[in-house]
Design a protein around this ligand. Structure first.
Ligand SMILES: Cc1cc2nc3c(=O)[nH]c(=O)nc-3n(C[C@H](O)[C@H](O)[C@H](O)COP(=O)(O)O)c2cc1C
Length: 251
């Protein structure tokens, strides 16, 4: 599918919060469903389901009115939140490349009747539809993000880390930090205090999955291999205030 366009989309996508409330054409809805059914997981073997519901079928704090909402549910296994972020970011970029708007909604949940029908835990809701505001950024300077120096001590690999830097995250917290050497990028997530952790720990792990998908897309764009593994030495040596998620091996 149109995956090769995604690299360029990373440099212009943004969250869309105003939508035309008219439902998308059935043909377009089917195209999205088909794409959603084919997204690649970060970790094999975690059961997930993606379901699309309509306006009025999801609600919550900081929610947004949209004609459609995509819900990802998952089996609760190690890495499931990061896995879900990696999967959903494929859809976020696909929608943006297709001229459609989308916005993650971390505290929105499906209404009771829908929830009852779901077998697995609801991880995230993504609003989407025809945008009623400008869809894309024109220049990278329009992204409000930390500098590369604030999120990594690696001086090589800018072509992979710059796309990761631009990844969206809950409340734009950008909870990632990258260390490494010439072949590897170790990925860490910020530790939060107990109170913050109640809301942010899950969201932050999801955010890391989004950034990892941007990294994987950059690797593909430059015809390099992307593998995500665990490394004992990187796990036991996190930067202060961060914990280990995994290591990207670029080949
Ligand atoms: C996991 C996650 C949850 C989010 N939840 C909300 C939300 O509940 N409401 C909202 O308006 N935006 C939400 N956002 C959008 C972020 O605020 C947005 O991605 C961030 O500010 C960066 O802006 P950008 O996406 O336009 O680049 C969420 C984003 C992520 C990744």
């Amino acid at each position: 599918m149109i995956q090769s366009n995604f690299y360029e989309v990373i440099f212009k996508r943004k969250s869309i919060r105003k939508y035309e409330l008219k439902p998308l054409d059935i043909k377009v809805q089917h195209e999205i469903e088909e794409f959603a059914g084919a997204v690649k997981p970060l970790y094999e073997g975690i059961k997930t389901e993606i379901r699309i519901v309509s306006q009025g079928e999801a609600s919550g704090l900081l929610s947004i009115k949209a004609p459609h909402y995509l819900i990802i549910t998952s089996e609760k296994r190690e890495g499931y939140l990061t896995n879900a972020g990696y999967m959903l970011q494929q859809i976020d970029l696909f929608l943006s490349s297709r001229g459609l708007g989308s916005c993650y909604l971390g505290l929105t949940r499906p209404i009771k009747v829908i929830k009852k029908e779901l077998e697995l835990e609801v991880v995230m809701v993504l609003a989407f539809g025809n945008p009623a505001e400008v869809l894309h950024r024109v220049h990278v300077s329009e992204f409000k993000r930390k500098s590369l120096q604030e999120i990594t001590n690696i001086t090589a690999y800018e072509q992979f880390l710059e796309p990761a830097r631009l990844a969206p995250s809950a409340t734009n917290s950008q909870p990632w930090y990258f260390t490494g050497d010439n072949e590897k990028i170790h990925v860490y997530c910020v530790k939060t205090n107990l109170l913050k952790a109640l809301v942010y720990e899950k969201l932050n792990k999801f955010d890391i999955g989004i950034a990892l998908y941007h990294l994987a897309t950059a690797a593909r764009n430059f015809h390099r291999g992307f593998e995500f593994v665990k490394e004992k030495s990187a796990e036991s040596n996190p930067p202060k205030g961060y914990y280990y998620i995994g290591t990207v091996v670029i080949s």
